[in-house]
Design a protein around this ligand. Structure first.
Ligand code: ZN
Length: 81
């Protein structure tokens, strides 16, 4: 397991992307990066799942089981490493 040399920068770009405030260039660069960077790929999935969960709660929709499971799985993966 290799750590991302630019994890902090990647996390920042990730937030911008998830806030829909990114440029196309940033997005393209980021998605090309996470295809090769396991650390950032996991961060991306986890952040996305958490945001979906928050959105679901705000809209008072029932949280789908699959979403909860995938979040738990991601968190477990992170704590095991
Ligand atoms: Zn990375």
């Amino acid at each position: 397991m290799t750590d991302c040399p630019e994890e902090e920068r990647c996390l920042h770009v990730l937030e911008v992307i998830l806030d829909d405030e990114s440029t196309l260039d940033e997005e393209q660069e980021y998605f090309a990066h996470i295809e090769q960077c396991w650390t950032c790929y996991q961060n991306y999935n986890l952040e996305k799942a958490i945001r979906e969960l928050i959105k679901t709660k705000i809209e008072k929709k029932p949280v789908p089981d699959t979403l909860l499971k995938s979040i738990k799985l991601e968190i477990e993966k992170l704590t095991i490493e």
